[in-house]
Write a protein that binds this ligand. Sequence first.
Ligand code: 8GP
Length: 823
Amino acid sequence: MTQQTAPIAIRERTVDAFTREFLRELNFGQGVDVERSSVNDRYLALARTVRHYLMTRWIETLRHQWEHQAKSVAYLSAEYLLGRQLDNALLASDLTDIARTSVESLGIDFDELRDAEIEPGLGNGGLGRLAACFVDSLATMNIPAVGYGIRYEYGIFEQTFVDGWQVEKADDWLRLGSPWEFPHPEAAVEVGFGGTTEDHEVDGEKRRRWVPAWNVLGVPYNYMVPGYENGRVNTLRLWSARATHAFDLQIFNSGDYEEAVRAQTFAENISKVLYPEDSTPQGKELRLQQQYFFVACSLRDFLDRVLLRGFDLHNLPERVTFQLNDTHPVIAVPELMRILVDERGWKWDEAWAVTQRVFAYTCHTLLPEALEVWSVELLGRLLPRHLEIIYRINEEFLEVVRTRWPDDELRLRRMSIIAEHPERAVRMAFLATVAGVKVNGVAELHSQLLRDKVLADFAELWPDKFTNVTNGITPRRFLKLANPGLSDLITEAIGDGWVTDLDRLEGLLPLADDAEFRRRFREVKAANKLRLVDMLAHRDGSTIDPDTMLDVMVKRLHEYKRQMLKLLHVISLYEQVTRGRLDIADVTPRTFAFGAKAAPGYRMAKQIIGLINAVGRTINDEPALEGRLRIVFPANYNVTLAECLIPAADLSEQISLAGKEASGTGNMKFMLNGALTIGTDDGANVEIRQLVGDDNFFLFGLDEPAVEKVVAAGYRPTSFYESIPNLRHALDLVARGTFSGGDRSVFEPIVSNLLSEDRFLVLADFQAYVDAQARVDVAYADTEGWTRSAVINVARAGFFSSDRSMRDYLDRIWHARQVATRP
Ligand code: 8GP
């Protein structure tokens, strides 16, 4: 090879140089001049300018990675909920001020350009946003890593409300072009589907092979993942599906245009749209296609392009860990076995020994219905060779179980990777557990429940396989970017080291007792509320009163998260005030904010959205409540809205039924931004409360063992309905059609579900919740005490940095090392 040329040096970091570059992009990239450019032209030019500054670092990082061949992390995730890129790229490259001055010197509104970006919503909720925080931390911590996923043409649907009901619109996020992606069609990878398997001979040895019936191409699109001011830019590689042949010219010439492009449409459907499901798998063929498509491309990419030519794959475990983000990528396990055994001619045991050491599995749920299974029929049809391999893995695994527990048929059936009922199906979580070098839950309680319940048999067999890594969030996006006011205040007090070492927030603890600091802390909160008022007015035309307590519940709409519990509390307040049983003067003025998307096929969740909006209309129109109680429910909750809402919040609602929320990460974002939590003993709430102490957290409700007991004893929701008058009155209001123009049928499914089944014990926890809210009111009335608690929350939030999560993954699972990339 000839001597490598150094990448073009980093451009001058001056306003003039930036302006020249920006104008060049506008002129030569967009073909317009400043005067005639649209906002989108300007946004694209700005984004490309910033991109240029990062480019050198990206090339350097890739070169460094290639030269060192250090142990890497390959994060396999079907979702990355990235949020807007421009702000983050500006922050990472420390160009925000230069860019602003430059653009404004041309008479262009900088903030308008920042707002022009359509966020890439390539994820549903917690799981996808976690992946985005993790890649940010990996880059910031100088860890050689690559994120692999799918470039969905349509991300999570755009939520709109029509008469208060959710109506979904396609999220055409690429319609104006994305300046952040780098397509590499020349590096496309071919992936097979369907067909048959057969024996054949290679050098006199019998081997199995797969003869797929059809193929698609995976085209990689690279995205920069800039570390925070550290000169490193990692890569996120998302795959887009294309047909191997654009269309059949002969059929086209014969006039059957639709048929001629059928194969193309069929192939491109694979990466067309993100499944909008959160916490339930959708057993759709297309989804399995998506999963296999992206992991097959990613493995191929890593083995053929990232590794040096001639790399001895026996050493793969020293070179990479493929981290499986939930079960979506688990089909990578039989795929690697297929590559090693069928394509490379390895002995089964040899291949399994390597495979078992390169995968690790993160589980993100506790809901049994969320554990993915694929019917044997479907898997065998789409991936026949993989099914054979899974059978063999299972056979050998069951042998291990049999040896350990002879004559325990029941256990064998419980642990088999293949379920027999209601249909023969592959349990992907079990496959991941058998193949993974480690299995982790995402918060202490969750990991404990995985060990004790969901995967108890496996934990008994392999206790050392199980570990915990509590989730985290990136302080770059969720404090530095989202809350500049608080960031500045913190930096003034303790310096700016917290941005990459969040534990330093502890330094704020003494300031909780400093009246002047608390005053300024409140000033920041008040300013953030005004910013939110502005945003909501612009975005939805809705108004909120910034002088009220902002009480926020934002997350996916799911019964286990219990938006209904909060709503019943609001309805109850309304009922008591309008019936004259409660003096409005005694009610703490509050704005109740909701943000939530429901899976399009989840009827109860959509009903609940309808009810929140209906109650909102009624309450917000009630003159007696003006300035005292108000509901806001901005449509289409996403990362961008979160970045504005969370910094303005006073109270964070984390009220899932104990034992159901694996971790939660919103809870951490609120804490970091100085909101107090009202929450159950669930997920990472447990750890938040341990860190801030009982005085700075509003705990309520049944804990997990108590929930188990109530359920085991035969839970009767009506007993709570009958014995708690305020609960009865609130539910009766809904039942009588108060919020549906007198029509009782509209919300009847909600009422009857709560009274008959109430799977998530809303009624059982109602009184405890109301009591806790009363404690919130008392605490809030003491402004200084409240602020003190808020400061303590921020000061204790260091543990929840995703940098800490990465350190835990490194120590407990990956054993990769940080490497310096700076030349
Ligand atoms: C979510 C969990 O519900 C949430 O508690 C956690 O914070 C987040 O993952 C990140 O760990 N789980 C899912 O989104 C999930 O299970 N999605 C579907 C695959 C089932």
